[in-house]
Design a protein around this ligand. Structure first.
Ligand SMILES: O=P(O)(O)OC[C@H]1O[C@H](O[C@H]2O[C@H](CO)[C@@H](O)[C@H](O)[C@H]2O)[C@H](O)[C@@H](O)[C@@H]1O
Length: 260
């Protein structure tokens, strides 16, 4: 497969950061979130980029850092950098990072109270469930058969949040509606990773609305890749995970020629 001209140019940059969303970008979307894993070809492409010269790979996900490390099969020896909770959590962390344990006790009590109330509202739509998140919670509707029931669960929870926590950030995604008291986005995660790695150019790939924060923040010389359909600020689009894996493998091969 020949590389798109923008990707071929990117491959020649001095210090490359490849920042990748996880669900729907490297791992197929499935019903049970904790069973999600990178597809074999996506994993092989990530591994090839990790081995490529002057290249850093990062995963930038809406998952909590805890869950991201499990599903990405990530350990302390890994060279892959991580940003979880849409950029509110980082691995490795720096001294000034604030985790949920450092949050105001009243805010954590509010988080738990709103999550419980959201669970009661979600229970009214068969198949809907609430995922507890570090800084809030998310309503999942993938398993709700009737779209009208899913919409009703959305509306009920949106109504609750409009009254009780109107300043929390709302994020819509694939069969998911999330609320969080931390408002960081993937744009901030990419900016931090760019600075941390001294990257001279960035490739970011994602498949969902939250990824557009990062895609909109890219700079001249960077490349944004949208996986699948939907409105996007990306300049390159691929049909799905296999096509992204092929693009990333080609990029790794091109980076390897820098060694020669
Ligand atoms: O930013 P991402 O890495 O794309 O994470 C976004 C959300 O991913 C998970 O939900 C999505 O994937 C699930 C597993 O395939 C799927 O069941 C669900 O319908 C999708 O919305 C995760 O559960 C969320 O916490 C993430 O925010």
């Amino acid at each position: 497969m020949s590389l798109a001209p923008a990707v071929a140019a990117l491959a020649r940059t001095e210090r490359l950061l490849v920042a990748l969303d996880f669900d729907g970008t490297l791992a197929p979307l499935i019903d049970e979130p904790m069973a999600a894993r990178m597809s074999a070809d996506a994993r092989a492409a990530v591994d090839a980029l990790v081995r490529a010269p002057a290249t850093t790979v990062a995963l930038v996900s809406g998952r909590t850092l805890h869950d991201l490390r499990i599903i990405a099969e990530h350990d302390d020896a890994s060279p892959v950098l991580l940003a979880g909770s849409h950029g509110a959590e980082h691995w490795p962390a720096s001294d000034d990072d604030r985790d949920a344990d450092g949050a105001d006790a009243a805010l954590l009590a509010l988080r738990d109270d709103l999550r419980r109330r959201a669970e009661a509202l979600a229970a009214q739509a068969e198949g809907a469930w609430i995922e507890p998140k570090q800084f809030g919670f998310a309503l999942h509707t993938r398993l709700v058969a009737d779209p009208a029931h899913a919409a009703r669960a959305h509306d009920a929870i949106a109504g609750l949040m409009a009254v009780e926590a109107p300043d929390w950030r709302r994020r819509d995604g694939h069969d998911i509606l999330e609320y969080a008291f931390r408002t960081e986005g993937k744009d901030g995660a990419v900016a931090r990773l760019r600075e941390r790695t001294g990257a001279t150019a960035v490739l970011f790939a994602g498949d969902d609305v939250t990824d557009e924060d990062a895609l909109r923040s890219l700079e001249p010389g960077d490349v944004g890749v949208r996986v699948g359909g939907g409105a996007t600020a990306a300049t390159v689009r691929v049909d799905g995970i296999p096509e992204l894996a092929a693009l990333l493998s080609g990029l790794a091969r091109e980076r390897d020629t820098l060694r020669e």
